[in-house]
Structures are given as C-alpha cells and as structure tokens.
Design a protein around this ligand. Structure first.
Ligand code: QAP
Ligand code: CO
Length: 171
C-alpha cells in the first residue's frame, strides 16, 4: 500500500519519534508499505515520520551501478545511533517532504551505525559516501529535523521564497 507523504511545513515533521519496542507483523507490513511508497515517489530514503508514523524507523535503498533499487540493497534501520563520526563533506540534498528543492548540506564523511533490523537483531554498519550522508539525513527526521534547517540564513530565505512560489503555482 502506498502511503501519503507529509510535506513541509506540516508540523508533524517536527515531532521526535519514539523507540520501537515491538518487532511484530504490523511493523513488517509498515516497513513494506514504506518501501513501496519510497520507490513510487523516486526516493532513496524515507523515515517513518514522513508517512505520519512517529517511530524510530527508516529505510534506505541506494541505487546500484545500473541504477536499480532492489530489495536486495534495501536497508531497514530501527532505533539507530551514530558512532565514530569522521570528516566532513558537502552534498546537494533533497527530501521527499520538501519536493523540488535541493541545496548543499555539510555532513560527516563516514560513521559507524548501530541499529536493529526488522526482527530486532542488533546490527553494525560502517558507512561512507552517499550512504553515510543518507543515514544522517534520515536520522535527523527521527529527531524532528529537516535538511533546510541546516542552511545558512540567506540560503534559508532563498528556500522559503522559492518554495512558497512553487506551492502557489501548484494550486
Ligand atoms: C534523503 O531523499 C537523501 O525533491 C532521501 O521532487 C537526500 O529520496 C539522502 C526526492 C540526499 C542522501 C542525499 C526529492 C524525489 C527524493 C524531491 C530523497 C523530489 C523527488 C529525495
Ligand atoms: Co528527508
């Protein structure tokens, strides 16, 4: 089932999501719906809060060398924490909750991620490049933060102007 995606400036996106404690059938169905929703919207990452569920769960599916996004390279990340962040890098980010806007954001270059999978098993992952960036972007969602909040004052003003204009044109 494809779920509706909440977009800025909906206040729900500012909610801090809660730890997942039950790794049951309903969580598994929800994660499957998140995958279907993300793929149908041409996304590479989606946090549960973006589909109105305030739980600490996110999915990532970085396209392979042929540009394919299969369930084999799907990561389902629950109750994550970042360890040993290193370096810094700039990347032009976008977000399914901020459609049509992209801007450079500074992130750690590499990190170690501790998380649980859909069964509640503890997992550890070393991440760098786009995966490390995507992890940080999605974990920010779990803490109620959007990438546009990391822009400088002037870039943020540019965003507000462009975004409002685009929304008017949509109506
Ligand atoms: C987060 O973002 C991310 O504006 C995932 O019109 C971003 O999947 C991770 C998208 C940058 C790493 C680097 C955005 C699709 C998708 C749009 C997305 C749009 C259509 C964003
Ligand atoms: Co996002």
């Amino acid at each position: 089932m494809i779920l509706p995606i909440i977009t800025y400036p909906n206040k729900q996106l500012k909610v801090r999501s809660s730890e997942v404690t039950s790794f049951n059938e309903s969580l598994h169905c929800f994660l499957d719906d998140m995958f279907e929703t993300m793929i149908s919207s041409n996304g590479i990452g989606l946090a549960a809060i973006q589909v109105a569920n305030p739980i600490r769960a996110l999915i990532l599916c970085i396209p392979d060398d042929e540009g394919n996004q299969t369930k084999e390279n799907l990561l389902e990340i629950i109750n994550p924490s970042i360890h040993n962040p290193k370096g810094s890098t700039l990347y032009q980010e976008g977000c399914l909750s901020v459609p049509g806007f992209y801007e450079d954001v500074e992130r750690y270059e590499s990190l170690t991620l501790h998380y649980q999978n859909r069964h509640g098993d503890p997992c550890v992952l070393e991440a760098s490049e786009l995966l490390a960036i995507a992890i940080q972007h999605e974990i920010d969602h779990l803490d109620g933060k959007l990438f546009i909040e990391k822009l400088t004052y002037n870039r943020r003003k540019k965003f507000e102007k462009e975004y409002k204009k685009a929304q008017k044109e949509k109506k």
